[in-house]
Design a protein around this ligand. Structure first.
Ligand code: SF4
Ligand SMILES: [Zn+2]
Ligand SMILES: [Zn+2]
Length: 313
């Protein structure tokens, strides 16, 4: 395989470009794409204080490296937030790598655990959740709600102006499809990158939002960035796996379908935002005081349920 640009030794085939690229040409292509995202979406402004949600996996670690690189040129502060959900045999290893990368780059980091924040680890919740309760169905439901709460509150306490996450193109499309088939318009609107519906929410940025997972994995491996490739023992969420397979089949049949769909989603959400975002009314959670669309926010509802069945044990 020859590189389509320079004739060198090709290392990656990018089907939607109809090109095979060598290592150097792939790095240039990848870095230029990221640079354009930062400029076009104005992801970072001078004097920002950015918290990277760092897990130790490839996506968030690459986000950390990219932002660290950028802060050499732009003036903004950077630190990492590492959430320890309490998943034995999995999270310890990824945290170890996350810490190692922060120390290597000289980036400050903070570790916050589910246990300290909520009083229980994810393993404890999963092990004591009664079989008879069907909702919420998967550990990912607790995990996602609690992780978002910890990230937002800790980032806010530490005066962050933005939270950067490592969500990639594949994650974004899978989530959108899942919300579409569930008919969950509110969640779709909430996923719009420019949403800012309450001062209590720290703005989120996703520098890798338009990069396919395959390219991120290739970049990290070719750059020899130490990341954790282990899989969470709870990552069996059936619906997401089905979406992943379906979307990959469409991409195989029609290369470029993922990025076309992502752009379509951004345009549509931009129109929907004009119509709906101003009308989303948020209440204040009666328990924790955080903004919520219900009288009691999702995190507090889940905590109440968990405390109830833990007491019964
Ligand atoms: S796969 Fe699910 S349970 Fe595991 S870390 Fe991700 S969201 Fe949490
Ligand atoms: Zn080349
Ligand atoms: Zn609450």
């Amino acid at each position: 395989m020859e590189c389509s640009k320079c004739g060198g030794r090709g290392v990656i085939s990018i089907r939607y470009l109809g090109q095979v690229l060598c290592k150097e040409c792939f790095f240039n292509y990848f870095q230029e794409k990221i640079r354009k995202t930062f400029v076009q979406q104005r992801l970072i402004s001078k004097n920002d204080r950015v918290a990277v949600a760092l897990s130790g996996g490839k996506d968030s670690t690459l986000t950390l490296y990219i932002l660290n690189n950028l802060r050499q040129k732009e003036k903004f502060e950077l630190f990492a937030l590492i959430v320890d959900e309490g998943i034995r045999g999995y999270r310890e290893k990824s945290i170890e790598l996350a810490v190692r990368n922060c120390e290597f780059l000289g980036v400050n980091y903070h570790i916050v655990s589910f246990k300290d924040f909520f009083g229980f680890s994810l393993d404890e919740v999963v092990n004591s959740w009664p079989d008879t309760l069907k909702e919420p169905r998967s550990p990912c439901t607790f995990c996602g709600v609690f992780r978002r709460r910890i990230l937002n509150n800790t980032a806010r306490e530490l005066n962050a102006t933005k939270i950067a996450t490592g969500h990639n193109l594949d994650d974004n499309i899978q989530t959108l499809f899942m919300n579409v088939v569930r008919g969950d318009v509110k969640s779709i609107l909430k996923s719009y990158p420019e949403r800012k519906i309450s001062k209590s929410f720290v703005k989120r940025i996703k520098p890798l939002a338009n990069i396919p997972e395959k390219e991120i994995a290739a970049y990290v491996l070719l750059k020899k960035i130490p990341v954790y490739f282990g899989e969470c023992p709870y990552s069996w969420e059936g619906m997401r796996n089905l979406m992943r397979e379906t979307i990959n089949s469409v991409e195989n049949f029609m290369p470029g379908a993922k990025i076309n769909f992502y752009n379509y989603m951004l345009n549509t959400l931009s129109l929907m935002k004009k119509r709906f975002i101003g009308k989303i009314e948020l209440k204040t959670c009666e328990i924790c005081g955080e903004p919520s669309s219900h009288d009691i926010c999702k995190a507090c509802q889940l905590v109440q349920q968990i405390n109830n069945f833990m007491k019964k044990e």
